[in-house]
Design a protein around this ligand. Structure first.
Ligand code: TXA
Ligand code: MG
Length: 317
């Protein structure tokens, strides 16, 4: 039977019976399972070849359910929720014992997200359980931003893929956590740091990239297309770049250079939407190397550049 489609009831029933669903969200597609079912959660790790030290995000349909998984919710987390509502923001909170250790890799915190995409919230609500979901890609590879990407990479390792169309944001959620009462950003993502600062009244510290990560999405090598990548500074003059056969050149904006750019107008929103598909397209092509111009280092551009640096890092190492 075709296992990619738009059958919400079927997707919910797969979740309830311990199966795996390719779940659309506004950021990237997730590989979803009932977060309270350890056997189902173990299947996520197997399907992705994901190391068990890398904890999963628990997705909820509504903020009212947060107390089902979190033991305590800081006032600042509530303030962020009030300001942003369902969004590409993940909150790391003290966990309740009901959340299996497998989900949180034995940490005493749980990462919680209420996705903005309505179809995702409908799926979680109709499954009636909290939903654990990492990005639906094999560990270390580029995240999927269409249902077909999930089918291409995970094929029969997923029981049903719910097609919600291409992801509107295109990069993963921003992860925020609290230490000694102060917010910090564990992963740059769909909600720019500037937006968090506006609500918090201070600039949360962004944890530097590390090979000893608190969040393994922070691993230096991740999102890898499997071939060499070079990053060029934002604003580089492409007419001075010495182009070579077999090297794909991707500027940030179109111009006199005549190359296919990542964006049509320089918008970071569009750049984020197209980023992973561009990396995937390069990976599948016969080109041996990718030269890509960085985004401006602000707003959503910081999340784009973060992903590009990790992708390039793997390629170099
Ligand atoms: O946008 C997203 O966040 C997507 C969609 C599907 O929601 N999910 C996603 O999941 O990107 P994943 O597993 O690829 O990345 C989740 C990151 C991991 O780097 C993990 O280490 C971190 O969240 N994380 C999960 N629980 C954590 C915790 N308790 N403390 C710190 N980091 C945590
Ligand atoms: Mg991921």
């Amino acid at each position: 039977m075709q296992h990619l489609g738009t059958d919400l009831a079927r997707a919910a029933s797969v979740l309830r019976s311990g199966g795996l669903v390719g779940m659309p969200t506004e950021t990237v597609y997730g590989l979803a399972a009932n977060a309270l079912d350890e056997v189902a959660v173990a299947r996520i790790f197997d399907a992705k070849n994901r190391p068990h030290f890398d904890p999963l995000i628990v997705h909820l349909a509504d903020w009212n359910d947060v107390d089902r998984v979190a033991a305590d919710v800081p006032a600042e987390a509530r303030a962020l929720w009030s300001a942003l509502g369902p969004s590409a923001l993940t909150y790391v909170l003290p966990k309740r014992p009901e959340v299996p250790d497998l989900v949180t890799s034995g940490l005493d915190t749980v990462a919680v997200r209420i996705p903005q995409l309505e179809l995702a919230r409908q799926l979680i609500a109709s499954a009636g359980v909290p939903v654990a979901a990492p990005s639906a890609n094999p560990f270390g590879f580029v995240s999927p931003t269409t249902a077909q990407h999930v089918a291409d990479q995970l094929a029969d390792r997923v029981d049903y893929i719910l097609d919600g169309g291409p992801c509107a944001v295109g990069v993963e959620s921003t992860i925020v956590s609290w230490t000694n009462g102060r917010a910090g950003v564990l992963r740059l993502g769909g909600i720019p740091v500037e937006v968090l600062s506006d609500v918090l009244g201070y600039v949360p510290e962004v944890q530097p990239s590390s090979s000893q990560p608190t969040a393994p999405g922070m691993l230096e090598s991740h999102y890898a297309p499997g071939k060499p990548m070079q990053l060029l500074p934002h604003g580089v003059d492409w007419s001075t770049v010495n182009r070579m056969e077999g090297v794909r050149c991707v500027p940030w904006t179109p111009g006199a250079h005549g190359l296919d750019a990542l964006t049509t107008s320089g918008s970071c929103q569009q750049g984020a939407q197209r980023l992973f598909a561009a990396l995937r397209d390069f990976a599948a092509s016969s080109d041996r190397e990718l030269w890509m111009e960085l985004a401006p280092e602000e707003g959503l551009g910081r999340a784009i550049n973060d992903r590009l640096r990790r992708a390039a890092h793997r390629a170099e190492g």
